[in-house]
Design a binder for this molecule. Structure first.
Ligand code: AMP
Ligand code: MG
Length: 346
């Protein structure tokens, strides 16, 4: 029996999860939000510091776990906003010293992938669509490799930036989704896929110019933004499926909460499968694709995904710091998904 406490703090969310033998016993979180404007890293870090002890207490209560039952403390090591990561590691070290239990440094993006596999996906291509990160990822030869990614800003940051420009606070994604549902006219926007990669900053400029012109209803712009940019994401994800020969698509990250993005992914997987329906059964299975998407509480940033991967890494002795080595544990704000050696069984 292994019980791991997980701490998430990379950006807007401070979350604590408790996982015992891969079962999530608690997943509590609190998010820094704004009425107007985006995330101010220092303010978000202050939010994390203020809420940490209260959430820790709540996680223990929800899980029914006693402090002495915790075997290790996993924390989000990166990538993320440095001030926010610092609050997370500070709190993790405090608990580690108090309980005299080791720390496990967990990569936030890899945690999104591993928790996604609780849906039943075994060897998926993952479309990871979050605030700062937008990547198409799949496992190959000891690492989660990035097959395609944004060349400039993450899709969530892109949507938040457009929302902010239109007078909407953070997070902008849910508000844009609501507006898009009332959009009636598709307005053509630049479509920027470059091989397996995408770029978003030019589309953002174009959208801002359209807002400035006051010629277009915000609902139509929101609708056209979603149709255009989500198509770009789905196109690159499908190309990665074709390239790797994998037959599962896993959606993850906060933008994956968007029901239109989920619908587009489902359609692509369905069409991919039916386009091979004339082939033999085994060929269809090989070339078709099944769609997987975790529930909302696991899509958004959360502590249980850190605890979940923390347990796997603790058992495989990967990036574990004993209490004596605790000073060696540091944050990794710029780590990439493909920097991480995956020395556990995928
Ligand atoms: P993450 O960085 O994975 O925590 O995701 C946060 C990002 O997800 C923010 O940029 C949000 O605006 C975005 N987001 C959350 N819900 C939605 C939604 N329903 N549609 C689009 N984006 C969303
Ligand atoms: Mg995230």
């Amino acid at each position: 029996m292994t019980t791991i406490l997980g701490i998430e703090s990379t950006a807007h969310t401070f979350g604590i999860g408790i996982v015992k033998n891969r079962k999530i016993l608690a997943n509590v979180r609190d998010m820094y939000v704004t009425e107007k404007g985006g995330i101010i890293p220092i303010e978000s870090a202050k939010h994390h510091a203020k809420i940490s002890h209260e959430l820790y207490k709540k996680a223990l209560e929800v899980s029914g776990i006693k402090e002495k039952e915790i075997d290790a403390i996993a924390f989000s090591q990166g990538p993320g906003l440095a001030p926010c990561l610092i609050e997370g590691i500070k709190f993790a070290k405090e608990i580690s010293l108090k309980l005299k239990k080791p720390l496990v440094g967990v990569n936030h993006c890899v945690a999104h992938i591993e928790i996604g596999k609780t849906t039943g996906a075994k060897d998926p291509v993952m479309l990871y669509a979050s605030g700062a990160n937008t990547q198409v990822i799949a496992y190959a030869s000891g690492k989660y490799r990035v097959f395609g990614e944004t060349l400039d800003i993450g899709v969530g940051n892109f949507i938040d930036n457009f929302a902010r420009y239109s007078g909407i606070g953070f997070p902008g994604g849910p508000a844009i989704e609501k507006l898009a549902k009332n959009g009636k006219n598709f307005i053509e926007l630049p479509y920027k896929v470059k091989g397996m990669d995408i770029t978003l900053s030019g589309i953002l400029t174009n959208l801002k110019q359209k807002v400035e012109s006051k010629k277009y209803p915000i609902e139509d712009l929101a609708y056209s933004l979603q149709e255009t940019v989500f198509s770009m994401l789905v196109e690159t994800a499908e190309r990665a499926l074709a390239h790797t020969g994998k037959n599962e698509l896993l959606l993850g990250g906060g933008v994956a909460c968007n029901s239109r993005l989920q619908e587009m992914c489902k359609i692509m997987c369905k069409e991919r499968t039916s386009s091979f329906s004339g082939s033999s059964k085994s060929q269809t299975k090989e070339r078709g694709a099944k769609f997987f998407c975790p529930e909302r509480s696991l899509l958004v940033d959360n502590g249980s995904m850190i605890a979940f991967l923390g347990e796997i890494m603790f058992k495989s002795k990967s990036n574990v710091f004993s209490v004596e080595q605790i000073e060696n544990a540091d944050i990794h704000p710029t780590d990439r998904t493909d920097d991480i050696e995956v020395n556990w069984k995928c």
